[in-house]
Design a protein around this ligand. Structure first.
Ligand SMILES: NC(=O)c1ccc[n+]([C@@H]2O[C@H](COP(=O)([O-])OP(=O)(O)OC[C@H]3O[C@@H](n4cnc5c(N)ncnc54)[C@H](O)[C@@H]3O)[C@@H](O)[C@H]2O)c1
Length: 325
């Protein structure tokens, strides 16, 4: 049993992570700026409401904590196009605050990062030390990638200068029950079950490696516990590459609705502010070797479980459609 704090523990991945830590018998504090979308923080966890940039409040919540999973962030295409300043400030300053406090209290830290740090590097699959290839700073689309990359830099810098024990995990298109309907899978399921055609952007030929939430959580837990993980970054992603069009078609098939699909053009919708990626594929050898982790859940099974949850969850179906998927 460990005393653990999860920032962003009321969010999608954080909520599932908290459930898994509680099952393991950990004593869990959730630190988040808001309650969970659908109700209450997981039973058995302590919830402290606060901003991750508030060092006094977070410091008080972290007292006695041995391990911090830092997931609080501003996430999602709709948000990094509409709130680029919040993306930069919260993802950068929030991480700075967490790392600083962890140093003072000798807590170990796992920092949630993203496949977006690789930007549009065409040389897939991406190893952890692959290059970052980004567009111009005038495009808000890159604020998320840059803020998370800076958070990673800071993590390794704190380790180098202050001996902080810290690990970075980079998620690749995580999906599953509870995700805000603003991403390819969640938005497609949400639209299909509401009788609307799921949207296929830019003809749907772009590829992603969809990672089921339970797998992402298992890798995250291991990153905080395996001895060889400190000081390292890990790609946590499925090895199975699918086109966006295939995934949307599968959602339509599994929901059994007769909506068909709708086509959309990101250039027309967002102009030059947005740029989609042709392929996003992780190399996962390092996670396999050091963490003993791989994504186990096939896409069809993960989608079936997500759809079954969505059908049984009226409040989620009633959420507004969040636009960019
Ligand atoms: N979902 C994915 O596919 C994915 C992919 C790559 C990386 N990530 C990373 O994983 C982490 C979790 O993502 P998620 O999908 O669960 O997102 P989410 O939006 O569901 O959860 C983020 C949580 O952070 C909280 N938060 C935001 N700003 C805060 C602040 N200033 N102070 C305190 N709490 C704040 C929110 O209230 C929310 O509960 C993030 O760091 C994200 O960048 C997610």
């Amino acid at each position: 049993m460990a005393r653990v704090l999860v920032t962003g523990g009321n969010g999608f991945i954080g909520g599932h992570l908290v459930g898994s830590l509680l099952e393991r018998g950990d004593e869990v504090t959730v630190y988040d700026g808001a309650p969970p979308a659908g109700g209450e923080t997981a039973a058995g966890a302590r919830f402290v409401e606060g901003d991750v940039r508030d060092a006094d409040r977070l410091g008080a919540a972290m007292r006695g904590v041995e391990l911090v999973y830092h997931l609080a962030a501003v996430v999602g295409v709709d948000r990094y196009l509409s709130r680029p300043l919040d993306v930069i400030d919260i993802n950068f300053s929030g991480t700075r605050t967490v790392l600083d406090l962890a140093c003072r209290t000798d807590a170990r830290v796992v920092v949630a990062s993203t496949s977006e740090v690789f930007g549009k590097n065409p040389a897939v699959p991406w190893a952890e030390d692959g290059d970052r290839v980004l567009g111009p700073t005038s495009a808000n689309r890159w604020t998320y990638s840059s803020s998370k990359a800076l958070a990673e830099h800071m993590t390794f810098a704190f380790a180098a200068q202050h001996g902080l024990e810290a690990t970075v995990v980079r998620y690749f298109n995580v999906y599953g029950p509870g995700q805000r309907p603003a991403y390819i899978v969640s938005r497609s399921v949400h639209r299909a079950l509401n009788g609307l055609p799921p949207v296929v952007y830019d003809r749907g030929g772009q590829t992603r490696c969809f990672t089921y939430i339970e797998d992402a959580v298992a890798g995250t837990v291991l990153a905080g516990t395996m001895p060889g993980a400190a000081g390292e970054a890990f790609n946590l992603g499925s090895e199975s590459e699918s086109t966006v069009g295939e995934v949307v078609d599968l959602v339509v098939e599994l929901t059994g609705v007769a909506t068909g699909t709708a086509a959309a053009d990101t250039a027309a919708a967002y102009g030059r502010a947005y740029e989609d990626l042709a392929r996003r594929v992780p190399l996962t050898t390092k996670a396999r070797t050091v963490l003993g982790w791989k994504c186990e859940t096939p896409l069809r099974e993960g989608l079936e479980r997500t759809i079954a949850w969505a059908r049984a969850t009226p409040w989620w179906l009633e959420l507004p459609d969040s636009g960019a998927g």
